[in-house]
Design a protein around this ligand. Structure first.
Ligand SMILES: NC(=O)C[C@H](N)C(=O)O
Length: 331
């Protein structure tokens, strides 16, 4: 019998490592409690799929992820991916910012080896906990040759999603992770079924490399809403933000009373990225606002939180708005 592939599970916390007081607590529990060794010991079925080893990188709820966590995790994933004795990497992660970490790794880790980010909506102590199967699926995908070269993947609820496209869309169901462009495939009983592949640049085709990124610039998000004011925009400007993501209404529209403040920030050298707060769709250049005239960038189909990740990564290489826009189209 052929040797099983080697998969490393990097644990960062989240609900997949959560624990509640009783089995009826599906939503009331403490995240980031169970250590990785215990998580893996609770899933002896993994041994049928791969030779799995665990490493506790952090033990936090994912809403508390910082840029430093992203950099440290990315550097560890990159180092492991270079090891000849590692065939695939799984990252257990809280679901709240899972999509941001998955996209960051997708943009910056130069490897064809499968990298799979996984979480759960219920703690392992709950009735119908989803973490064990999600993790089993993640290891299955990470151990598969057919998952290579597809960018960073996310396995939740039997689906294999692109880390670029997927977002958490509901906070109370196990069917929480969706992409408007659909999943790439499904994983069922330890086998992958693929239906599509990503076309945006990622991992090996990326011009970014985590090994060269020592720090990430300050990029923040302002939210658009009726009766919007400019307090947030101006405060971020004073704080020295390098790019500001505007989570606009509808097509990424900007309130008339906010336009001058954003123009003033741009004149001061801050990049303005126009995204939309609606869950799906994409923002077109010069629709709603004259982006060419104002020298603003549009976020394409990226949700504001993903646009923030791409802007940070892009700004490590360029502060040219035309280059930034090219990057937003390509990644
Ligand atoms: N379901 C979860 O994992 C939510 C948790 N707050 C986290 O992101 O860590």
């Amino acid at each position: 019998q052929a040797a099983k592939p080697n998969v490393v599970v990097l644990a960062t916390g989240g609900t997949i490592a959560g624990a509640g007081a009783s089995a009826a607590n599906s939503a009331t529990y403490a995240a980031a409690k169970v250590p990785v060794d215990k998580l893996l010991a609770g899933l002896p079925e993994l041994a049928n799929v791969a030779k799995v080893s665990g490493e506790q990188v952090f033990q936090i709820a994912s809403e508390s992820f910082t840029n430093e966590h992203l950099l440290r995790l990315g550097q560890r994933v990159s180092a492991l991916a270079k090891q000849a004795d590692v065939d695939g990497i799984v990252i257990t992660h809280g679901t709240d910012t899972l999509e941001e970490t998955a996209y960051f790794l997708n943009l910056t880790v130069r490897t064809n080896k499968p990298i799979v980010v996984v979480g759960s909506m219920r703690p392992g102590t709950a009735l119908s906990a989803d973490g064990a199967l999600n993790l089993y699926d993640a290891v299955t995908v990470a151990a598969s040759k057919d998952a290579a070269g597809k960018g960073v993947l996310v396995t939740m609820n039997d689906e294999i999603q692109s880390g670029r496209d997927v977002s958490k869309t509901i906070n109370i169901k196990t069917e929480a992770f969706k992409s408007q462009w659909g999943p790439l495939g499904m994983v069922v009983e330890g086998k992958n079924y693929w239906f599509r592949a990503p076309v945006k640049r990622h991992t090996m085709q990326s011009e970014f490399n985590i090994d060269d990124i020592k720090a990430l610039p300050a990029v923040d998000i302002v939210y658009g809403y009726s009766n919007m004011n400019t307090t947030g925009i101006e405060a971020y400007g004073k704080a020295g933000v390098k790019a500001l993501i505007h989570a606009g209404t509808g097509n990424g529209s900007v309130a008339a009373q906010a336009v001058d403040s954003l123009k003033a920030l741009r004149a001061a050298g801050v990049q303005i990225v126009r995204s939309a707060r609606v869950p799906d769709g994409f923002v077109l250049r010069n629709a709603e606002q004259p982006d060419d005239k104002y020298d603003w960038v549009v976020a394409h189909d990226l949700r504001p939180q993903k646009a923030r990740i791409l802007a940070m990564v892009a700004l490590t290489k360029t502060n040219d708005s035309k280059e930034l826009q090219r990057i937003f189209w390509e990644y």
